[in-house]
Design a protein around this ligand. Structure first.
Ligand code: CA
Length: 555
């Protein structure tokens, strides 16, 4: 009897607190909607209601955690020219930290020719559009003070065609005519790129202007010649550049286009990646490196032989990726099982190459377009995809604006639209976006609007990051699928994670309907949950009912 009263009290209080967090008004007050408890799985209000405090989070200074990806150009403008800048980003560090991120990856910041800055003219500079070197140093200092690791995009697969190295090299090539061969002693920079003499056009190569038969390798664009990373001299040059930025306070690198380091030769490309990682880790093993190898899992597994910390897990991401595909098809009876078993297979493949790998988790980035587009702008599905990512082992990357469910697809510039701080596009801090981008219609409101709504995508992200930060097992645990749970309902999957002596279990309902499961095979109590509405999981003896698109954490 006493227990019964206590239970009811708990339920009522949980209901009251959750209601106030979830909606701020009491439109629903059905005790069945709340997590009940039995003797073995007693729940407490303290464990389940989140008041927004991060005091109970576990701060571990390692390479896991979560990273916010920023396109500085479109993020926050400090001086009214409509272009985001270092000072603007610096002014938003509290926003990024309060969301729960502990690191930031900036898209390229070096002096470049294009708005996206993947065509680097001077590797030792910062682009004037983003501010001065002093502004950059101030950003680094503020990040340090706030405990945020700052990573830079390191573009070494290619440079700009107006980089001085290429200008010197191509001027020299022009003097050769048809007869002479390259003498690297005469022009060391000719070795920095891949030049070839040919009577016919070469695939992936462009003609050196002012010559008849000389070509240079340029896989991505005519104005971005590929660097020759197999050259010892190029490597020495790049080590010098990396050291320059490490000394400036950069805590890690995101490597662009590593798949293309030696086009079509994954052995050579992996060897180049290994050289770079070995160098950076020799300077400081705590520096973090993640690379883009945009390919299938077997290729990603191959590149893990380099010893790199992380590679982006492309098979999970993008519209055809594991997470989005399953969430999009939620309810078709096979969503969950595919995720659980595929995750295990990927883990096995990557771990075979590097047992210490840290999975580079993401669902979208500046190249893929935004999740809202993949998920038909259905709010519950956008939240579910984010919730799955935040519960997986590895390092979670979130592209700016995804926490608002921003839209952006088609032309690359549309995917890099101004951060949606407020509905007023002329407000302070708002950027104008890349020239020629099509103004995006964002369905779910700006940050200003969403931060006021406890059920917004923004607040869902915040709570997901809070749970990720609260339990170190989530990011760091070795992860395996719990088949007993998966087998009960094809729309459900469950993961068990072990980290040191701690174990945590997470159940995901990838379904537009609620499901009821027998959870007697799982030890522990429900310690947290993520739901897309104010509906809560119900635990009745060993039967757990999880709302549509709900996630339950058991420890
Ligand atoms: Ca500016």
């Amino acid at each position: 009897m006493r227990k019964g009263i206590k239970k009811l009290l708990n339920i009522t209080l949980i209901a009251a607190m959750t209601m106030s967090i979830a909606t701020g008004c009491g439109k629903k007050n059905d005790t069945k909607s709340n997590i009940a408890s039995d003797e073995n799985k007693q729940l407490s209000i303290e464990e389940l209601a989140w008041d927004g405090s991060r005091a109970d989070e576990t701060v571990i200074d390692d390479k896991y955690g979560s990273c916010y990806q920023v396109f500085v150009y479109s993020f926050c403008d400090s001086d009214g020219d409509g272009i985001g800048d270092f000072k603007g980003l610096e002014s938003k560090l509290d926003y990024i930290k309060d969301m729960g991120f502990d690191s930031i990856w900036m898209l390229p910041i070096n002096q470049a020719g294009s708005y996206h800055k993947y065509d680097v003219i001077d590797y030792y500079s910062v682009d004037k559009e983003y501010g001065t070197m002093e502004d950059f140093e101030s950003l680094v200092k503020s990040c340090d003070e706030k405990g945020i690791d700052l990573y830079m995009d390191f573009v070494i697969n290619h440079s700009s065609i107006v980089n001085q190295w290429f200008k010197d090299a191509s001027s020299y090539i022009k003097t050769l005519g048809d007869d002479k061969e390259i003498d690297y002693a005469e022009c060391p920079y000719a070795e920095y790129y891949n030049f070839a003499k040919s009577n016919t056009s070469l695939a992936g190569y462009s003609k050196v202007p002012g010559t008849k038969n000389w070509y240079y390798e340029a896989r991505f664009a005519v104005n971005m010649p590929d660097l020759n990373l197999e050259s010892e001299n190029v490597r020495k040059e790049i080590e010098k550049i990396a050291k320059f930025w490490i000394d400036k306070g950069i805590k890690g690198f995101r490597l662009d286009a590593a798949l293309h380091y030696s086009e079509g030769n994954n052995d050579k490309s992996t060897e180049s990646l290994k050289w770079f990682c070995d160098y950076v880790y020799s300077v400081n093993p705590d520096l973090y490196i993640v690379a883009e190898v945009w390919d299938a899992s077997n290729t990603i597994a191959k590149f893990y032989e380099s010893g790199i910390d992380s590679l982006f897990n492309f098979p999970l991401a993008d519209k055809g990726g594991l997470v989005i595909k399953n969430v999009l098809g939620a309810g078709n009876g096979s969503c969950g099982t595919k995720i659980g078993s595929t995750l295990s297979k990927l883990d096995e493949a990557y771990r075979a190459s590097n047992e210490n790998y840290i999975d580079g988790l993401f669902i979208s980035n500046h190249d893929t377009g935004r999740a809202a587009g993949f998920l038909a702008r259905v709010e519950d599905k956008i939240k579910m995809a984010a919730g799955i990512e935040m519960m997986l082992s590895g390092k979670a990357f979130v592209y700016y604006g995804e926490e608002l469910g921003m839209s952006g697809s088609g032309d690359d510039r549309n995917k890099r639209a101004p951060m949606y701080w407020t509905e007023d596009s002329n407000a302070q801090g708002m950027t104008k976006g890349p020239q020629g981008y099509e103004v995006q219609e964002h369905k779910f409101g700006s940050l200003l609007t969403q931060s006021e709504n406890a059920n917004s995508i923004f607040n869902y992200y915040k709570k997901a990051l809070h749970i990720r930060n609260k339990y170190p097992e989530i990011a760091r645990g070795t992860q395996k699928s719990i088949d007993q749970i998966d087998s009960q309902n094809g729309n459900v999957f469950a993961l068990e994670k072990n980290y040191n002596d701690d174990k945590i279990n997470i159940i995901f309902n990838v379904n537009k309907e609620s499901v009821t499961l027998d959870i007697s095979s799982i030890d522990g109590v429900v310690v947290d949950y993520l739901t897309t509405t104010d509906e809560l999981p119900i635990l009745n003896e060993k039967q757990m009912t999880i709302p549509a698109y709900g996630i339950v954490v058991i420890k």
